[in-house]
Design a protein around this ligand. Structure first.
Ligand code: ADP
Ligand code: DP6
Ligand code: CO
Length: 351
């Protein structure tokens, strides 16, 4: 039995990924740029046991299965197991993990099932990038547990297949995720000036519609989508130039503009999807007031009502204090990449 534990952090996009060019390979329609956080880690343990994940003859039919809850977190005789934040996942979240492990098994030439236990410290499904930290941690732990020795680039490509934004949580720091084909679509670190973020959690509950489905609807129905793709492709180039030049002001301006363009594009879907609420907008207003008062701060928001404010490290305390009335406020520096914290072959027989 082999087991591996990995930690990964969420990342917040400065230039957003919104839409896939190829859903099966998880290739994005455009490049994107992000800052990895040093708060809200996800810790994931993957334990590979000896049984075959798809050995129907040995396993019998998959469902209904006996008392799943009793077996939480332990290897079980009917396929992969996934426990998230202490709860056994049985729905779409388990399917997503199993499909991801199928890719890992294919790479490793293995058919062994696995037990996955994960703890998010970031709210799940709230627009604070739990799928990014979640699948970056899972990719890192699963690769080790199945005996794959992947270069960072290949780990980033693998994480991409779990959730697009997870591609950028493999390197951490400030990173670009390249659009391209399967080989060329990975994330890597880029030079950038010192930056910090202040996360304003307005609502930690799950969003009514997940990023994946919302993206599909945007592509299918928003008349603004083609313009989003054209303008974001341009913005990625401008952001890379600004980062290389260490031009914090330009980075901030591009960040806020690109976030609002993404939300406008999403709001153009039919039926419409609106992630920002009045309290989110109030934070954007407060950030504009901070700028008027001479503090360099720029607001962004992913697919959810929560707002993240990009600022200089020396101003993060001032920004956090100014926004304390709007929600739960957490300061973050630039975070590390995904990493293994434990990996061992226990040699123990399968229980
Ligand atoms: P978010 O804004 O939090 O990234 P998404 O809609 O993109 O929201 O993704 C939420 C989904 O990501 C969850 O429903 C679950 O399927 C998956 N997910 C979240 N955390 C983890 C984790 N730690 N391990 C595996 N999958 C996870
Ligand atoms: C708004 O990576 O969560 O956060 O690839 O379908 O899992 P899937 O979507 P996901 O989308 C993230 C969208 C975003 C912008 C970003 O992180 O770039
Ligand atoms: Co996500």
């Amino acid at each position: 039995m082999t087991t591996a534990t990995a930690v990964a952090h969420p990342n917040i996009a400065l230039v957003k990924y919104w839409g896939k060019a190829d859903a099966h390979l998880a290739l994005p329609a455009t490049g994107s740029v992000s800052m990895g956080l040093d708060v809200f880690p996800t810790t994931t343990t993957v334990t590979v046991d000896g049984g075959a994940a798809d050995d129907q003859e040995a396993l019998g039919p998959r469902g209904p299965v006996p008392d799943r809850r009793a077996a939480a977190g332990r290897p079980r005789p009917w396929g992969d197991a996934f426990t998230l934040n202490g709860h056994v996942a049985e729905d779409g979240a388990l399917v997503r993990v199993t499909q991801f492990l199928d890719l890992v098994r294919e790479l490793a030439g293995s058919s062994a099932r696995a037990s996955v236990v994960s703890e998010n410290s970031v709210p799940t499904g709230a627009g604070l990038a739990s799928s990014a930290s979640g699948f970056a941690a899972l990719a890192t732990a699963a690769a080790a547990a199945y005996g794959l020795d992947l270069a960072e680039r290949d780990l980033s490509r693998l994480a991409r297949r779990g959730s697009g934004s997870a591609t950028r949580s493999i390197p951490g720091g400030v990173a670009v995720w390249h659009a391209g084909d399967d080989q060329g679509s990975y994330a890597e670190p880029i030079p950038a000036p010192p930056m910090a973020m202040v996360v304003v959690t307005i609502d930690a509950g799950p969003k009514p519609i997940g990023s994946r489905e919302a993206m599909r609807r945007t592509i299918a129905t928003s008349p603004f989508y083609p313009a989003w793709v054209t303008s974001t492709t341009e913005t990625v180039g401008e952001m890379l130039t600004a980062c290389a030049a260490g031009d914090f002001t330009r980075i901030g301006e591009l960040t806020e503009s690109n976030a609002l363009r993404m939300h406008a594009t999403i709001e153009g879907a039919f039926p419409p999807i609106r992630y920002l609420n009045s309290r989110s907008v109030a934070v954007f207003d407060a950030v504009a007031e901070l700028r008027a008062a001479g503090v360099e701060a720029y607001a962004t928001a992913d697919a959810g009502p929560n707002v993240v404010v990009l600022t200089k490290p020396e101003d993060r305390g001032t920004v956090a204090a100014a926004l304390a009335g709007f929600g739960d406020v957490i300061e973050s520096g630039t975070g590390p990449g995904a990493h293994l914290v434990r990996s061992e072959d226990t040699g123990a027989p399968v229980p």
